[in-house]
Design a protein around this ligand. Structure first.
Ligand SMILES: Cc1cc2nc3c(=O)[nH]c(=O)nc-3n(C[C@H](O)[C@H](O)[C@H](O)COP(=O)(O)OP(=O)(O)OC[C@H]3O[C@@H](n4cnc5c(N)ncnc54)[C@H](O)[C@@H]3O)c2cc1C
Length: 396
């Protein structure tokens, strides 16, 4: 067990958790959980700490367990395109290991050098490259989880076509650790595109920008991601294209031509760094600043009036056309009371100040049929509410 600068203090919704344990192996983690539970205490699990603003007001938290030292790549078989990692591996670390073998996963983290794969899996958010590359939800082929008494359970395996057993991989995805502490993830990985381009087009209005973005989305050019976002009074469309080296210039030119034919752009540029096309998204969903950040499920055909309305009300907006999600951000002081009830009712609040979380389920309403199932699952996995208590859907 050790300590490090990053994890020496943990604050969740403004409350400091002073006792931080940093296990360096699954066995040590099991010991911590067993001890904490035997003492009648409650633990909060922390990866890189970049998404702690997400989740309901929970607690009490007596102990924080940092996963950052459980950060080994356990196995990597490029020929089988599989990888097994501990949850504290950072997204940057995984990108580096895969890049050496010209493989990849379309992980669009805001702070890749700090955010962990375990945190990404437990927070269950996917980025704009889900359009072309799928999401972490689809790439996890095996999971290992420690329960509140330290018992470690495994599901799935290291083969891409896993069809036996219960699907525990999807249970823990996006559950904010409500059903246990993830100690290992087995992942399938993908060949990396040999070249990528970012295309950015600037328009005078939301409607023209969005119509160009829709034309790209509906085309047969297969963009890896399509975003429509506001920058002051202008509206921009950012597109990422991935392709073999020999095809990338032709593809980028065809995308530029198609977008400008669909709606006349004020400017249109292509740059050779594919990550530029993702920045409007990664900068908007950076959750640690204390701003309010909301996610609205809206298919591309219904986004235009909403992005207009949000921008008029002072929100910074980024519509992800491929995932059918609109993200919006504003300073905490601006509040949320002025959002129309139809929009607010469908919203997931990715970041809210603690005062605005009181009395609110940040995940929005849970379908009637699902609530009792989730309650029973929590009762089975963590009956005494020892792990990440209160932060998941329905305050589980
Ligand atoms: C809208 C949005 C979309 C995103 N899309 C992507 C994407 O496509 N690809 C991508 O890589 N990243 C994406 N990210 C970023 C990704 O969510 C972060 O990389 C990651 O969630 C944060 O990791 P962390 O280690 O800082 O998590 P933390 O903030 O430390 O933890 C997040 C949550 O997970 C729990 N948790 C953490 N580790 C464990 C564990 N081992 N067991 C149980 N519970 C645990 C914590 O208790 C906490 O509730 C997105 C973020 C947002 C906001």
């Amino acid at each position: 067990m050790s300590s490090d600068g990053v994890a020496d203090s943990v604050t969740i919704d403004g409350v400091l958790v002073g006792d931080v344990r940093i296990p360096e192996s699954t066995a040590e983690l099991s010991d911590v959980l067993r001890e904490v539970t035997a003492d009648g205490l409650h633990s909060a699990i922390v990866g890189g700490g970049t998404r702690l603003a997400f989740g309901n007001l929970g607690g009490p938290f007596d102990v924080a367990i940092s996963m950052r030292k459980l950060n080994r790549v356990i196995a990597y078989e490029p020929d089988n395109m599989t990888m097994a990692v501990e949850p504290g591996c950072t997204i940057a670390q995984i990108h580096d290991v895969l890049a050496a073998e010209r493989q990849s996963m379309a992980l669009d983290a805001a702070r890749p050098e700090r955010s962990t794969i375990g945190g990404a899996y437990c927070a269950g958010m996917s980025g704009p490259r889900r359009l072309g590359g799928g999401s972490l939800k689809d790439w996890v082929i095996g999971v290992e989880v420690a329960g509140p008494d330290g018992t470690v359970a495994k599901a799935g395996g290291m083969v891409v076509k896993n069809v036996t057993g219960f699907d525990m991989m999807h249970l823990h995805y996006g559950a904010l650790g409500a059903f246990g502490v993830v100690t290992r993830l087995n992942l399938k990985v993908f060949p990396a595109a040999s070249a990528s381009r970012s295309i950015e087009l600037r328009y005078a209005s939301a409607a023209t920008a969005h119509s160009a973005a829709v034309a790209l989305l509906r085309s047969q050019l297969l963009p890896a991601s399509v975003l429509c976002w506001n920058d002051g009074d202008s509206w921009c469309v950012s597109v990422r294209c991935d392709a073999p080296e020999g095809a990338i210039d032709r593809l980028a030119n065809r995308m530029l031509g198609l977008a400008t034919d669909a709606a006349t752009a004020e400017t249109a540029v292509a740059v050779s760094d594919g990550s530029v096309a993702l920045q409007p998204f990664t900068s908007l969903v950076e959750l640690t600043s204390g701003d309010i950040i909301v996610r609205l499920p809206l298919v591309a055909s219904r986004q235009t009036p909403v992005i207009h309305e949000l921008a008029d009300a002072g929100w910074r907006v980024c519509a992800d056309l491929g995932s059918g999600l609109v993200y919006a951000r504003r300073p905490a002081g601006a509040g949320v009371e002025d959002m129309r009830p139809e929009l607010a009712g469908a919203a997931t609040w990715l970041a809210l100040p603690a005062s605005l979380k009181t009395g609110r389920d940040v995940f929005g309403p849970t379908p009637e049929a699902v609530g009792p199932i989730l309650q029973r699952l929590k009762n089975s996995f963590d009956p005494d509410r020892r792990i990440n208590s209160g932060r998941f859907v329905l305050g589980l």
